[in-house]
Design a binder for this molecule. Structure first.
Ligand SMILES: Nc1nc2c(c(=O)[nH]1)N[C@@H](CN(C=O)c1ccc(C(=O)N[C@@H](CCC(=O)O)C(=O)O)cc1)CN2
Length: 281
């Protein structure tokens, strides 16, 4: 039976460290500041944004909230970002995704100053990540790497299979694993024999956004399974991208959903904001 990699517990430990560091900075007159921008009424985004605001308050990070109506135009959002780029109280800017259809997401992400890109989505930071010198690391992949480290999983020489090629998770986490000297296979919707690829993996990172798509029977005996999926099934139930019960029978360690990678995403956002404030000192 697999060991559970407890994201909530790891996140709590890191948040306590962030809180202590923010208190030390405060003594020097510096309060890390994060601008949180939400456009529209997407229910999940509203939940995530309020979780981010609460997390900031809990660790002593100042958060400045901008909740804009769903019909907000691109020019208006760009003007807000320009203002935040110039605001010395703000060390990190976060625009919650997805954005409404009338707004070009790439244009918005590129408008955020790379020095305040707390999500690590700006092409400059993506490029730096690829060469192994990140200024900001995207929060979910950053959280995955911290969880693997905390769980004592050494990646050097291991076969890592990432399922999902999103810009937010799949691609960056693949490069982060490569940086740790893993041999990385990045699988996607056109991959042939996905089951066979997963069965080769010492570490499986599932970030495909399809409930329980990765079957427990595919997992190699003793593999480590990181499930990034947070899929709502019915009114209340959350499930990951991996068949948790069946995979737990074969894996040596596995992350649960909820309580796995999810809590790490917001924790690493706090960490990025703190690091940015320290860089600006
Ligand atoms: N600008 C960004 N937008 C989005 C990001 C992001 O990193 N930056 N990631 C996701 C959503 N997300 C953060 O924004 C996020 C997703 C999940 C969780 C989380 O803690 N999940 C919990 C369950 C919470 C629930 O009950 O719904 C868990 O897995 O235990 C936090 C943040 C897309 N957009």
């Amino acid at each position: 039976m697999a060991k559970i990699i407890d994201g909530k517990a790891i996140a709590a430990k890191i948040r306590a460290e962030i809180s202590a560091e923010a208190a030390r900075l405060k003594e020097q007159g510096i309060v890390p500041g994060l601008a949180v921008v939400l456009v529209g009424e997407d229910p999940a985004s509203k939940v995530y944004v309020s979780m981010k605001e609460k997390a900031c308050a809990d660790v002593g990070i100042f958060s400045d909230e901008y909740k804009l109506p769903a019909e907000t135009g691109e020019a208006e959002l760009l003007a807000l970002i320009e203002k935040l780029n110039a605001d010395p109280k703000i060390h990190g800017i976060l625009v919650q995704l997805p954005l409404p259809k009338q707004i070009n997401t790439e244009r918005i992400l590129e408008a955020i100053s790379p020095e305040k890109d707390a999500d690590g989505f700006h092409p400059y930071n993506v490029g730096r990540l690829v060469i192994g010198k990140p200024l900001f690391q995207p929060c979910t992949p950053y959280g995955v790497m911290v969880m693997l480290k905390e769980a004592g999983v050494e990646l050097s020489g291991k076969e890592v299979v990432v399922v999902g090629r999103s810009n937010i998770v799949g691609k960056p986490v693949a490069f982060m694993c490569l940086q740790q000297n893993a041999t990385v296979t990045l699988c996607h919707s056109k991959t042939r024999d996905l089951a066979g690829k997963v069965a080769q993996a010492d570490v499986v990172i599932a970030a495909v956004g399809v409930p329980e798509m990765i079957k427990g029977a595919w997992i190699k005996e003793g593999a480590v399974v990181i499930d990034v999926g947070v899929n709502r099934v019915g009114e209340k139930k959350l499930v990951g991208d991996v068949e948790f019960a069946a995979a737990s029978e074969r894996a040596s360690a596995i992350t649960p959903v909820p309580g796995g990678v999810g809590p790490m995403t917001i924790t690493m956002l706090l960490q990025n904001t703190l690091e940015s404030a320290k860089r600006g000192m």
